[in-house]
Design a protein around this ligand. Structure first.
Ligand SMILES: [Zn+2]
Length: 144
């Protein structure tokens, strides 16, 4: 037997479910293991670079670091950053394009922003591509 209270609760649950279903898909944060030490790059001694800027996001930078520097496959990079391989492919292509534009057109590259969260594995590292490994001391010193 269902009493009025149960009815109301059922209605409430169905409303909540509907609300959840209608919500936009939550953004999946891309895990980044280290922030770039330098955020601005450009042609040395040229004024051309100051005319137009290119903004590379921190997650795009991370794909370059992992794939081109650390030798990760796109699959491994996807695992490390906690996103789908198809997503990594898109981010990586975009990152490479920006690098090329900066190099070829002599435009200044700024690395900032993006859909990312910083790795929380302070000191321990979360994999072979994790730059936070052994950086705890350095990290803490910077906090002071
Ligand atoms: Zn990490």
């Amino acid at each position: 037997m269902i009493c009025k209270g149960d009815d109301r609760r059922t209605l409430l649950i169905s409303l909540i479910k509907k609300e959840v279903m209608n919500m936009p898909r939550p953004m999946k944060w891309r895990k980044v293991c280290c922030m770039p030490e330098n955020k601005k790059f450009g042609p040395v001694g040229s004024k051309a670079g100051q005319i137009s800027y290119i903004n590379m996001t921190v997650d795009e930078y991370e794909t370059i670091r992992l794939i081109d520097l650390e030798g990760f496959t796109q699959e491994e990079c996807a695992g490390q950053m906690n996103v789908a391989r198809t997503t990594i492919q898109k981010i990586y292509i975009e990152a490479r394009k920006k690098l090329a534009e900066s190099l070829v057109e002599g435009r200044t590259l700024f690395i900032e922003g993006g859909e990312y969260r910083l790795c929380e594995q302070n000191g321990n590292g979360c994999g072979r591509g994790c730059r936070r490994q052994g950086q705890k001391r350095h990290f803490e010193e910077n906090q002071k």
